[in-house]
Design a protein around this ligand. Structure first.
Ligand SMILES: NC(=O)c1ccc[n+]([C@@H]2O[C@H](COP(=O)([O-])OP(=O)(O)OC[C@H]3O[C@@H](n4cnc5c(N)ncnc54)[C@H](O)[C@@H]3O)[C@@H](O)[C@H]2O)c1
Length: 344
């Protein structure tokens, strides 16, 4: 098996494998029992690869990411007789990796966790950094923990079965990384489109590793989100509200949120006024939406419940320049004024 690349968090190391697959699980588990958590779509496609292990399946989709599903998974783990030394492996997109991380951190006060992200979004974002959790009604990720997996296995072969729409979603987070920390990648993305990455697996693998390492490094430096990890919320404050209120896919909602944040950055942080147009062109190239006729009052209502909201206002990620983010506390009043005009 390939040599792991370790990323050292405060209390644990996450071993990353950039060229392995499910086949490595037995070696990684040692004497522990491996239990797979996946969704019905993945189960249908990869049943033969995972049938040697006990499998817990959940329904696919964001609606599943709720506390009752976590309770069901716990019941299944009890039926299987899982112990805290056993290994729960989340094999799927971000919904599965978020749930696996959450359940693994609370089941018997914590069991071993491994992640095998299968969607582009999970490979470059959701499986990394230890954040997990479930939504509460319309409110995103309201219950959860920060719990690092023992290992993450990245394998682009799984993307062969990923629906095109989900490629689009994944590219929203890649473009976010380019905006906040990698202007050279922004330019690289401008030179291509999704079809190019699909037909050049070596370049795609390098792009995924570049993005995974970016998120790994940011979260290693600031695991508890006291400083630079907040940058990763670029586009997410408005994006999450749109995602929940209008049931838009995560990537599409974030894309709309990034455009709004770029416009706000021009007004408040002196970002080059040409940049929003450049970002718009890039997002459209990657088939992402750039605007949405949202009701600003309901967005504000959802943002008021955002975890980042304080009595003073909300910590909003803006750009001073491409690749140069900053955090600015914006009052709810100021935000309401902006959204009223932006989403009219
Ligand atoms: N924890 C974090 O830091 C973090 C960061 C970003 C996003 N997220 C969360 O991730 C979730 C979104 O992740 P997602 O877009 O992967 O969603 P998802 O898990 O719902 O996957 C999207 C769809 O693709 C299917 N799928 C996944 N991999 C596949 C494959 N290889 N072949 C065929 N079908 C496949 C799934 O069954 C599902 O229908 C959201 O809940 C979001 O909040 C978490």
């Amino acid at each position: 098996m390939e040599k792991a690349i370790p990323f050292q968090y405060q209390f644990s190391s996450v071993e990353c494998y950039f060229q392995s697959s499910l086949a490595s699980l037995d070696e990684l588990a040692g004497n522990a029992k491996v239990i797979i958590l996946t969704d019905e779509n993945l189960y249908r496609i990869y049943k033969e690869d995972i049938q040697a292990y006990p499998i817990i399946t959940i329904s696919p989709g964001e609606e599943t990411k709720q506390q009752p599903t976590a309770d069901q998974v716990i019941s299944e783990l009890l039926k299987i007789g899982a112990n805290r030394d056993d290994l729960l492996v989340g094999f799927g997109g971000g919904v599965v990796t978020d749930l696996a991380g959450y359940v693994a951190s609370i089941y018997k006060r914590g069991m071993r966790l491994g992640l095998i992200p299968t969607s582009l979004l999970a490979m470059v974002d959701a499986a990394i950094g230890g954040k997990n959790g479930v939504n509460h009604g319309l409110y995103k990720n309201m219950a959860g923990t920060i719990n690092q997996p023992s290992f993450i296995i990245f394998n682009i072969d799984y993307l062969k079965s990923l629906p095109h729409e989900e490629w689009v979603n994944g590219f929203a987070e890649i473009i976010k990384h380019a905006c906040i920390g990698d202007e050279a990648m922004f330019q690289l993305l401008e030179e291509h489109e999704i079809a190019y990455w699909k037909s050049h697996p070596d370049h795609l693998a390098a792009l995924i590793e570049r993005n995974a390492r970016f998120k790994l490094e940011v979260t290693v430096a600031d695991e508890k989100e006291r400083g630079i990890r907040k940058w990763l919320n670029f586009g997410h404050t408005i994006g999450h509200s749109i995602e929940n209120r209008y049931s838009l896919p995560h990537g599409k909602a974030i894309s709309i949120g990034m455009m709004a944040a770029a416009k706000l950055s021009v007004a408040l942080e002196g970002l080059d006024s040409q940049f929003p147009d450049r970002l718009k062109k890039l997002l459209l190239t990657y088939e992402l939406p750039v605007h949405f006729a949202a009701d600003h009052n309901s967005l504000i209502e959802l943002m008021a419940a955002d975890k980042k909201m304080t009595s003073k206002g909300i910590d909003f990620v803006l750009l001073k320049a491409p690749g140069n983010p900053t955090i600015r506390n914006i009052s709810l009043k100021e935000l309401t004024e902006f959204l009223k005009i932006y989403f009219q």
